[in-house]
Design a protein around this ligand. Structure first.
Ligand code: PEP
Length: 250
């Protein structure tokens, strides 16, 4: 039985003070009844320290939105896995479609980051997903399979990897994939993992869905056999909504 995992990606939203306040509100809204699944929040880099202190000792995990693949040095504007680890991050989101679309991330750079996160002793959330054009042309299976294979190149053990299927056309658009559409791709991803790592690893790997998940559609999505939780954008900025989504997974 896979333990579901729900992570709120706050993207480039909220000051440190606002993030700290939101983190407290998330903890309060979740109460003590979310231990059946994993829940995490991913604030901006500047807010990681304060949010980490706010949620310390509780069940909500600290998650980073990205990292660089070098240890240190002349990489202006970048943040290393060592820095994130020192702040208590459990997971790092890698290869979000916004990183791929606006910041030139490729499967090769995603792969370098994934390996670095694992080497630092943290877990990685590998994001994959097709654009609207790729969905409409029927290329989504090939696109997603290539992203999974490329992102995991040379990764021997995937027990610290979570995969997030996030169709680009459903992110921040209010347009959610139907639970059947999402399930179809989650199954494709699980089959790909089975081909690469064998059936037990495929059975164990958690695959989140992301793309306009809300309290009103979370339970239906999470009830699908291959959907193991969610990566939540907009709805994660409201503590009550995020808590309702987490509770739908518990
Ligand atoms: C995301 O960016 O990971 C995401 C799923 O966003 P939203 O929930 O706003 O569609």
């Amino acid at each position: 039985m896979r333990r579901k995992i729900v992570v709120g990606n706050w993207k480039m939203n909220k000051t440190v003070a606002e993030s700290t306040e939101l983190a407290s509100a998330v903890v309060a809204a979740l109460g003590s009844d979310c231990s059946a699944c994993e829940a995490g929040i991913a604030p901006t880099y500047p807010a990681l320290d304060s949010v980490g202190r706010t949620i310390k000792g509780g069940e909500v995990l600290l998650v980073a939105q990205n990292c660089h693949y070098e240890d240190d040095g002349a990489f202006t504007g970048e943040v290393s896995t060592g820095m994130l680890n020192a702040l208590g991050c459990s997971y790092v989101i890698i290869g979000h479609s916004e990183r791929r679309q606006y910041f030139g991330e490729t499967d090769a750079t995603v792969n370098l980051r994934i390996k670095k996160v694992l080497a630092a002793g943290m877990k990685a959330i590998l994001c994959v997903g097709e654009t609207l054009e790729e969905r409409e042309s029927g290329a989504f299976e090939a696109v997603v399979s290539t992203q999974v294979t490329g992102g995991l190149q040379g990764v021997v053990d995937i027990s610290d990897i979570v995969i997030a299927y996030e169709p680009v056309w459903a992110i921040g658009t209010g347009r959610t994939a139907s639970s059947e559409q999402a399930q179809e791709v989650h199954k494709i991803i699980r089959n790909k993992v089975a081909e690469l790592y064998g059936a037990p690893a495929a059975d164990a790997v958690r695959i989140q869905y992301g793309g306009s998940v809300k309290p009103s559609n979370a339970a239906e999505l999470f009830a699908m056999p291959d959907i193991d939780g969610g990566l939540i954008g907009g709805a994660a900025l409201k503590a009550e909504d995020f808590a309702a989504i987490v509770k739908a997974a518990c």
